[in-house]
Design a binder for this molecule. Structure first.
Ligand code: CTP
Ligand code: MG
Length: 248
């Protein structure tokens, strides 16, 4: 750990208030079980296990308190101690992150905040360490991985057909993940400004930070840190976690 990173108080916001419509099913994906534990339990445990993270602010749907309690019950006591009371999320991811930041501010603002998707249970200590180091050094940092497909910028002409406008050079592209790492004050201010100016729907905090004029860096993500998005991702995550003990 670098000196500047070691002195930082680090908290995490875990956004878990989505409906998981693309995965489908009755239960939102973060409460589905992979390898015998809920996705959210695994995500919270991975973050709480990090000595770098002191507190975790969960953000959940207002009607999901019972599901959330089941996840908390699955956690080891040492992990549970780092959890703040959950706060209710909003209709968009951006609103849910904002609610989490305000929740953290109420219990004491940290120096650095990692914003993480509940739907990414594969986050590990090496990635957290890179996030903390990059956020401490640069103020706003997001994990990215090189893309293997060529990406086209298109305008939709009709359902399923898009007119190609541009093909950006692949070497310059990164697919961005979470945990995203920010100095707390500037990110909270950026979110407040977005609300004041009626901007909603940023799908990641990196984009919101850019919009607010912050300089954002990309650090090395992890190809294994996939977001559970489609039903097949849930099946694959179940397979990946099966056969592991919970401590793995
Ligand atoms: N999220 C949230 N509040 C919202 C929307 C999303 O907290 N209003 C969270 C999700 O729970 C998830 C993360 O943001 O952990 C990333 O969002 P995404 O993968 O899009 O999840 P969902 O919105 O739940 O899924 P879908 O878009 O398929 O409905
Ligand atoms: Mg969504």
């Amino acid at each position: 750990m670098s000196d500047s990173a070691a002195r930082q108080e680090v908290a995490a916001v875990v956004v878990a208030a989505g409906k998981g419509l693309r995965v489908g099913g009755d239960l939102p994906k973060q409460y589905r079980r992979v390898g015998g534990r809920a996705v959210l339990t695994r995500t919270l445990a991975a973050l709480a296990d990090s000595p770098r993270i002191g507190r975790i602010q969960p953000v959940i749907a207002p009607d999901a308190a019972d599901f959330f309690s089941e996840c908390v019950a699955e956690l080891e006591p040492a992990h549970r101690e780092k959890l703040a009371e959950p706060v209710p999320g909003g209709a968009t991811r951006q609103q849910s992150v904002a609610a989490g930041l305000e929740g953290l501010a109420r219990i004491g603002a940290p120096d650095l905040v990692l914003v993480h998707d509940a739907a990414r249970p594969f986050v590990d200590e090496a990635l957290i360490a890179r996030a903390v180091a990059a956020g401490a050094e640069h103020g706003a940092a997001v994990p990215g991985v090189a893309v293997s497909d060529t990406i086209k910028l298109v305008e939709e002409l009709s359902p399923g057909i898009g007119r190609v406008h541009e093909t950006p050079a692949r070497e310059a592209l990164r697919a961005v993940q979470t945990p995203q790492s920010f100095r707390f004050g500037p990110l909270r201010d950026a979110h407040r400004r977005a609300v004041a100016e009626g901007r909603d729907g940023f799908t990641d905090d990196g984009a919101l930070a850019e919009w607010a004029g912050l300089s954002v860096v990309v650090f090395e993500g992890d190809a294994r840190n996939r977001k559970i998005t489609q039903a097949a991702d849930l099946i694959e995550a179940d397979r990946a976690f099966s056969g592991q003990t919970f401590a793995d």
